[in-house]
Design a protein around this ligand. Structure first.
Ligand code: SF4
Ligand SMILES: [Zn+2]
Length: 372
């Protein structure tokens, strides 16, 4: 890892979480047994250096000596090789509405078989899944669920997609890659719900098998990014471009954290960058913060701030702007930018009505997305 200060900070963040086990997740129908992690596999994207073995999957580029655990707590060095620790061992598995990811322009009204292993390459102060993201796979209770089994369960559950989500799928890269290949053979789509903190080459390789993604753009201020998450802004912006250029359907989430990521001027800069870099048709979700983890002392995001963020995004020319974690906000529906008609009517995660034919509004305007 390049930034020593960042490393100490991430470790100390995670100390509290390392005692936790996964909690609050529901086993999918026909549940698998819960087991300690047995999923060590040789990791991809590793190279030798004089200081140890380097992981090239994400910008942290951890350099590990034998027995050392990575920053994401999901990889370990043994005999000068790097191993992923949670292959086939998710600590969470659920069937979710796709709207929960959130993906609003991707197979609305369908279900996604959703899995996570323990670990994350960032350490957000506001993490809502810190009990599984800020710990390692040997400390969670896991399912024995090899890739074929994930796909079989998704299919049996009537899911049109598999979502790699909850913690950070970049850290269980090999498991995602193998599962997504098999899913495609069975006609099931693949979704990344990710922080976008990944190097370009592994991402391009992954994108061949990924159909949709919701990526967090957590701040537009690099210093805030580092303090709030332990990561940097630029790699995330690069990932947005890569997902888009590789033809993956993309949606973006910005969590509005009071005092951290709620400044109108920075939201304006972020929306200006998105609009100026070809993301006007990329749905943008402003998500309401709820007090948790290290930011429990903060209030939930006031509605007025969220309304202002939506206004700023629309003024910047972003066409599909939504508000998340805010029932009754009135910003759940998809509105045709040409005629103003409601083309997808939502109530929470439920689709009330969908007035699209071949992806078009009745006025003829094409609404970008994956509708079938
Ligand atoms: S994926 Fe994990 S091991 Fe690899 S560089 Fe990122 S934090 Fe380090
Ligand atoms: Zn229309």
């Amino acid at each position: 890892m390049k930034d020593k200060g960042k490393k100490i900070s991430r470790r100390s963040f995670a100390r509290q979480g390392s005692l936790a086990v996964a909690a609050g997740f529901i086993a999918p129908a026909g549940s698998a047994a819960l087991i300690p992690s047995t999923g060590e596999r040789l990791a991809m994207y590793q190279e030798q250096s004089a200081r140890g073995v380097v992981c090239l999957i994400c910008p942290n580029e951890c350099t590990l000596k034998d027995g050392e655990l990575s920053d994401c707590r999901n990889r370990i060095a043994r005999r000068s090789k790097l191993y992923t620790m949670a292959y086939g061992n998710p600590c969470a598995a659920n069937i979710d509405p796709i709207e929960k990811k959130p993906l609003y322009h991707f197979l609305p009204g369908t279900s996604a078989f959703s899995i996570a292993t323990a670990g994350c390459n960032l350490a957000c102060l506001n993490c809502q899944n810190w009990t599984i993201s800020q710990t390692s796979p040997d400390k969670t209770r896991n399912y024995d669920m090899p890739p074929e089994d994930v796909v079989r369960r998704a299919s049996a559950g009537g899911c049109r997609s598999i979502a790699y989500t909850y913690s950070e799928p970049v850290t269980f890269y090999e498991y995602v890659l193998d599962t997504s290949k098999i899913a495609h053979e069975e006609g099931i789509r693949n979704i990344m719900v990710s922080n976008g903190y990944i190097n370009k080459e592994p991402l391009r390789q992954l994108c061949k098998h990924i159909d949709g993604a919701n990526i967090d753009l957590k701040s537009f201020n690099d210093s805030t990014y580092l303090k709030l998450t332990g990561g940097r802004l630029q790699p995330v912006l690069d990932s947005l471009r890569t997902y888009r250029d590789e033809g993956v359907w993309l949606e973006i989430t910005h969590l509005v954290v009071p005092g951290w990521t709620d400044k109108p001027e920075e939201i304006k800069q972020m929306c200006g960058w998105l609009a100026g870099n070809g993301f006007k048709d990329t749905p943008l979700h402003f998500s309401r913060f709820q007090p948790q983890y290290k930011l429990e002392h903060l209030p939930p995001t006031p509605a007025g701030i969220l309304n202002r963020a939506v206004e700023i995004a629309r003024s910047a020319g972003i066409r599909y702007v939504y508000m998340g974690n805010m029932p009754g906000s009135g910003f759940d529906d998809t509105i045709c930018p040409s005629c103003g008609k409601k083309v997808v009517d939502r109530s929470g995660y439920r689709i009330v009505a969908q007035n699209l034919k071949d992806g078009r509004c009745s006025c003829g305007a094409l609404i970008p997305g994956v509708w079938h």
